[in-house]
Ligand binder design. Structure first.
Ligand SMILES: [Zn+2]
Length: 338
């Protein structure tokens, strides 16, 4: 097998107050591409409650929000003319403009709803399709004017638990001269995989997962959906654009299929009480390598009465993701929504 799903178990033995033996398992899984480990830990059965921002939406929406209809054209900045004649990109219901507080050399923000607070269950295929299609246009315009900015990604922090600072739904498009750690390690490791096996990693992963049927979720058009073997959080969904190796090769139909699948993932999150997530679209900087575009999505949440963060010393310093959930069980749950 070219893809190595490596894992090991550790058992902790101790006693309860009556002296009865307790055995608790920690499963350590290694990412088949990078070798990075993730820990599947004992699930204490926490009841996850989705946050409700109805009140906060009333306090922050309308004239107080730069992204709401009355302000968006007045308050948001403009691109230079080589990116957009009118200073903004308009596509379907989506509007793209520069991030006033950028994370890289090029950083567009996409707004795709007139509604200030959109609940997970209220997103539509059309809304999401327009947003990602507009993000694609922005990346293409940047590529036409700046050949040194090779590292493009489309990113979404949904709701404050994910790091989103404005409730109004928005996605971030970054195009940088410098790769992020994820982009760098993915590039280095996929090159090594191809050198060692003569195969492209993500295509091989899809083929293997589809055959094994453990973490395979389904297909929407040319988009394959699966769950990561070594998850980066309690869920870690992967979407692979099996026929698109560069941003230019993604069709409007692909975004439509992607949006349809994403709504099924949203239903899977809701079923677990999750309402917030981080999402990333990874685009290979070298289209000639024929690496399919892929997407990752992890939920964000707080735990228990104290609203304890889902990030602790493990993720912030050890760079070791934790998961209470078993990827194979989450995949089975997601399959029902496809
Ligand atoms: Zn708003």
């Amino acid at each position: 097998m070219t893809i190595d799903f490596r894992k090991q178990e550790e058992w902790f033995s101790f006693r309860d107050t009556q002296g009865n033996g307790i055995e608790r398992k920690t499963e350590i899984r290694f990412d088949p591409l990078t070798g990075e480990s993730s820990r599947l830990i004992f699930d204490p059965g926490l009841n996850i409650q989705p946050p409700d921002y109805t009140e906060a939406a009333m306090q922050t929406g309308g004239k107080k929000c730069p992204f709401c209809t009355e302000n968006i054209l007045k308050l948001t900045p403009l691109f230079n003319s080589e990116i957009a004649d009118q200073g903004k990109i308009f596509q379907g219901n989506a509007i793209v403009f520069p991030n006033l507080f950028p994370y890289s050399k090029h950083n567009g923000v996409v707004i795709f709803s007139e509604q200030h607070y959109v609940r997970l269950e209220d997103f539509t295929v059309e809304m999401i399709k327009d947003a990602f299609f507009a993000a694609q246009t922005y990346i293409q315009r940047v590529a036409a004017t700046d050949s040194s900015a090779k590292y493009a990604s489309i990113n979404w922090n949904y709701l404050p638990l994910s790091g989103g600072s404005i409730l109004h739904p928005h996605i971030q498009v970054m195009v940088s001269d410098s790769p992020t750690n994820y982009q760098r390690i993915t590039l280095v490791k996929t090159l090594a995989f191809e050198r060692d096996t003569g195969r492209e990693y993500f295509a091989t992963l899809c083929k293997t997962e589809k055959k094994q049927e453990e973490r395979w979720i389904g297909e929407t058009g040319d988009i394959a959906w699966l769950h990561a073997f070594a998850p980066k959080s309690h869920n870690d969904f992967l979407a692979v654009f099996t026929k698109a190796y560069s941003i230019d090769e993604v069709t409007e139909q692909d975004w439509l299929h992607f949006s349809k699948g994403l709504l099924s993932i949203f239903a899977t999150l809701s079923e677990q009480g999750f309402a917030s997530f981080n999402l990333m679209v990874h685009i290979s900087p070298y289209p000639q390598m024929k690496q399919p575009i892929h997407v990752r999505l992890v939920p964000r949440l707080t735990l228990g009465y104290l609203n304890t963060s889902d990030t602790n010393f493990f993720q912030s310093l050890h760079q070791e993701p934790l998961s209470f959930k078993l990827p194979e069980e989450i995949s089975a749950m997601a399959r029902k929504h496809f």
